[in-house]
Design a protein around this ligand. Sequence first.
Ligand code: SAM
Length: 237
Amino acid sequence: MRIEIATLFPEMCEAVLSTSIIGRARAKGAIEVNCHQIRDYTTDRHRRVDDTPFGGGMGMVMQAQPIYDCWKAVCAPYAEPPHTIYLSPKGKTMTQEKVRELARKPALFLLCGHYEGVDQRVLDRIVDEEISIGDYVLTGGELPALVLTDAVARMCENVLPSVECYEEESHYNGLLEYPQYTRPENWEGEAVPAVLLSGHHQKIREWRQAQSQALTQELRPDLWAKWLKCTNEDADL
Ligand code: SAM
């Protein structure tokens, strides 16, 4: 997986991407992530990348030219341009299903907007899809691009120790994860559920599945209804 991030703040992205699991995955070559400074591609002699919106209104809009030239330069070595995503509060909300789909692509190009957003003409020219990380507005697309990169990277081979690391987690199979416990067995009078100490793998699996179902039903009735529907459809096949 190669991920190309176009941003006005590459140092902000690098700081996160050089740390922890993603930093180690990059260092050992399991994934490649490159951050590109959009400003390096402006033809403006004052290095401007934004201007006031036509029609009036608050704030500034990122111009088409530097973004398009950045995208073309980054795509040049590719036989096919990477799947291009604009991180935007107007996009489809990101889900684990979408992350799984993106993790199967060979390469992604992530465009981070700023200010009031990006000139629509360059979006129409280069973007395959717009993705939002939730129904709220942030100051820039860097945090959403980092969220997407983290979620996709951890599903790529050799990033986590094994596929079980993500297959058993919340959302992967449509349910929330069961509660987790670690040492000590008794903490301030609170004991770990006895079944987890039993060594009986089948019983532990059943307990975890029951906990997952109960938690999902209680905390996310929307996911629960979807899971029930899919499970019943599978049973009918
Ligand atoms: N004027 C835009 C609107 O109302 O839809 C919001 C622009 S926002 C202040 C600046 C940039 O942050 C956007 O261009 C986008 O790249 C990013 N952004 C903000 N919120 C986001 C979200 N929820 N998901 C993804 N990207 C977001």
